[in-house]
Design a protein around this ligand. Sequence first.
Ligand SMILES: Cc1cc2nc3c(=O)[nH]c(=O)nc-3n(C[C@H](O)[C@H](O)[C@H](O)COP(=O)(O)OP(=O)(O)OC[C@H]3O[C@@H](n4cnc5c(N)ncnc54)[C@H](O)[C@@H]3O)c2cc1C
Length: 426
Amino acid sequence: MHRIVVVGGGAGGLELVTKLGDLIGHKENISITLVDAGLTHVWKPLLHEAASGSLDLAANEVNYLVHSHQHNYNYVYGSLVDINKDKKSIDIEIISLMNPEIKCIRSIEYDTLVLALGSKSNDFNVAGVKEHCYFLDSQDQAKKIHDNIFMSYFDMKQQVIPAQSDYHVAIIGGGATGVELISELINLKNKMAETLFKELSQIKVKFTLIDSSERLLSGLSPSISKEVEKNLAAMGVNILKNARVSAIDADKVYFSDGSALEANLKVWTAGIKAPQVLEDLNGFEKDNIHRLKVYATLQTYSDPNIFALGDCAHCQLDAAHPPLGARAQVASQQAEFLALSLINRLENKKLPMFKFVEKGSIVSLGKEQAVGEVLNELNIYGKLARTAYDALYRLHQVNIHGLNQTVQLHKRDSAAKNLLKKFKLY
Ligand SMILES: Cc1cc2nc3c(=O)[nH]c(=O)nc-3n(C[C@H](O)[C@H](O)[C@H](O)COP(=O)(O)OP(=O)(O)OC[C@H]3O[C@@H](n4cnc5c(N)ncnc54)[C@H](O)[C@@H]3O)c2cc1C
């Protein structure tokens, strides 16, 4: 019996166990187990849509237990807390769903371990961020942002807050997550002002996007940054560039030049680091944001039986290029590669080397438009770019559900959208 244990069922991990389960899960001498700290999977690049409420979270959740049954792998609900390399076992903490005070630690043995734990926001120890900012790392956090905005709009509607008050939203971090989130929140506000909360048209809701670089989306080409900045300015976003945040409190964002900005809702999207469990783990070689260093085989520097992929892996394929970025397409390509590579490993064949194929980047600016560069420097805009952006999620669905089921899901989503339009809610 060869035991493959994958920890983390996100953009990379879920695609990996699906492929492995479909290809070899039925074999009696192989067991595949997915461990995840959640009961359901939502593709992380959808979280800004969950935060605005434009995405029906329940309809887009994948239940791990049901999915594992359909794709020949085992699922264990629990959080990784430790790895014992000598015993080839991991410790996971399981919290009772009925009574969260009841917890236990369970050990799971492996022959091959894959860590696909993703990443979380990095507050860079800026004072007050933990206490006063929202983050966009999980479904729960997306729901919290949504609830905060909706409750505030309700208060304004019911005039609990005086009608002349302004409502300020500040997003700190002008990378793809910050840009996509602020676009969604503006769309939400405009839609609400036309439908359920007509009073919003009289209230000044201000949106500010803050970044310490000299342009937004500094990881993408300057032409994309320029187009995005132009679009956001047209949507009414106040863009603050070269602005370094030094502290945050309940009412304000403070900058290193001594100025300050009032903000009711503050969301921190300014960088990532590996999850706490990897930060705490000893005996592994890591980078400065605690990601595990891996070779091109995706084996960790520290143990050939332990692999890592996606956001939690520091994978630098050659000295001329920087490590691969924290992107869903990296996690997905690594998952596809590793599924086939692990089958080689079971057959005692030499492991192949991962090669990343850059397919471009698309940044959504709300439900109707996007901006992106594809196929090595071809820039695309507007509805075409938005259609290409939507296709990325459909590709993920094909990888975890297959083509037929994805077509059915697409039909269901279109019908739901038409219904909302009919009731003038979309
Ligand atoms: C709002 C937003 C928009 C984005 N848009 C894009 C985009 O347009 N294009 C793009 O390429 N990328 C985008 N990204 C980045 C992309 O989401 C990530 O790079 C990708 O999800 C990484 O995949 P992963 O499998 O490494 O981790 P994740 O998808 O984050 O999955 C990690 C999994 O590990 C589980 N886990 C974590 N800790 C533990 C533990 N201790 N024990 C057990 N399980 C654990 C989690 O529950 C989760 O299921 C976006 C991210 C955000 C937040």
